[in-house]
Write a protein that binds this ligand. Structure first.
Ligand SMILES: Cc1ncc(COP(=O)(O)O)c(C=O)c1O
Length: 407
């Protein structure tokens, strides 16, 4: 089967937008994806029909909202094949998921002299929280480099792993190069050394079929807005054995069992990690996004995106003076490049004037940019609704910009 691209594009109303007289070519999906009408409708429906606070209400609206919120947890559980729904913690996004894990895992399991390993290609949100944890707990922060193709140096990881390693954190898909890291292999290596693993799936959740049990990930983090859902909602999956042993991240309403002046005891999972009124509608929108994807064949999405990605690589490489970054064994969705003599920001601004939305800069991966010896790139990033015609529009736009800049 193949995707019905016309139908899919109609499902995303924003794709009909005209920018500066040209049809929008939206190639900034690694930053955030667009939302299908069904997600927008689910959010509107919540606010129109049953907006209410959850869990502690004695009235009908509260029960409806609670049911929808908790049903959404089960939808996420099934989507990533977690064993139990209370292993799904709702957060505000990948960033909060990782901060929560770094804080609470650190408090419970990291002591002076221990080691945490991340990679040089990680997003700042899977880098800085671990660095902060190491400073707080006087642990050592270790970083695995990548090779010229943008593949993780597994030999370096092997060397760094030891009985002192408490946790390895890595991104499944790099947001700056599109490298798909060998998650199974990395997790196996870490586990063999006795370390836990956090997978940052922010750029993987929408492109790769997921099964946290098959992966054997200890923690797994992603954001709703990168998988066609709303902003402000994310997920931290954690194996029950870790979550049970970790202290709460924030104190407040909902996360407690009993509060007295002498001592507070905490609620059961997942509520122990969900203090305060949560983003109630976020999971409802996220579940609608997952339902949208589930109604398609996931392998069709992957095949289509891979086809457009490889077409994009081929077309971009035809442009004289263009450097395309990353040639990893497995890649997903990201086209990062620079053109000799043109600043990435200038190119991005000119492309915008032709209706083409890309991102420019370091993409929150400064250590990676330092390793590549560059300040930043232009990044085109794909989602399931992108087409080869949009790649052609990007290439035409680049030629036009180059002419404009006298190149
Ligand atoms: C690989 C990766 N990790 C983490 C994040 C942070 O996600 P959020 O800003 O939704 O918390 C991003 C966002 O671009 C990302 O690409």
């Amino acid at each position: 089967m193949t995707l019905n691209l016309n139908k899919i594009r109609e499902d995303f109303p924003i794709l009909q937008t005209i920018i500066n007289g040209s049809p929008l070519v939206y190639l900034d999906n690694a930053a955030t994806t667009q939302k299908p009408q069904s997600v927008i409708d689910a959010i509107t429906d919540y606010y129109t029909r049953y907006n209410s606070n959850i869990h502690r209400g004695a009235h009908q609206l509260s029960n409806l909202a609670t049911d929808a919120h908790e049903e959404a947890r089960k939808t996420v559980q099934k989507y990533i094949n977690a064993e139990q729904s209370h292993e799904i913690i709702f957060t505000s996004g990948t960033t909060e998921s990782i901060n929560l894990a770094a804080y609470a895992f650190g408090e419970a399991f990291v002591n002076p002299g221990d080691e945490i390993i991340v990679t040089e290609m990680d997003h700042h949100s899977n880098f800085v929280p671990w660095q902060m944890l190491c400073e707080r707990r006087r642990a050592h922060f270790r970083v695995v480099s990548f090779d010229d193709n943008g593949d993780i140096r597994l030999d370096v990881l092997e060397r760094l792993l030891s009985e002192k390693t408490r946790l390895v954190a890595f991104n499944h898909v790099s947001n700056s190069l599109g490298t798909v890291n060998p998650a199974h292999e990395i997790i196996q290596m870490a586990h063999d050394a006795g370390a836990a693993v956090l997978v940052d799936a922010a750029q993987a959740i929408q492109h790769i079929k997921h099964d946290v049990q098959a992966l054997d990930a200890d923690f797994y983090a992603f954001s709703g807005h990168k998988i066609y859902g709303p902003t402000g909602i994310g997920v931290l999956y954690g194996k029950e054995k870790w979550l049970e042993a970790m202290p709460p991240y924030q104190g407040g309403g909902e996360m407690i069992d009993l509060v007295t002046i002498e001592k507070t005891t905490y609620n059961k999972l997942p509520f122990k990690f969900e203090a305060g009124t949560p983003n109630i509608v976020g999971p409802i929108g996220l579940a609608a996004a997952i339902d949208y994807i589930n109604a398609l064949e996931f392998s069709d999405i992957v095949n289509h995106e891979d086809e457009v990605l490889e077409y994009g690589r081929k077309r971009l490489l035809e442009i004289e003076g263009l450097t395309l970054y990353g040639d990893a064994k497995h890649r997903a969705s990201i086209l990062p490049f620079n053109i000799e003599g043109i600043h990435h920001f200038d190119l991005g601004t000119l492309l915008d004037s032709y209706g083409i939305a890309v991102r420019t800069g370091h993409h929150c991966t400064q250590p990676m940019m330092t390793a590549l010896g560059i300040e930043g790139t232009v990044r085109a990033s794909l989602a399931l609704y992108n087409t080869k015609e949009e790649i052609d529009a990007l290439v035409d736009g680049i030629h036009k910009a180059m002419r404009m800049l006298g190149r």
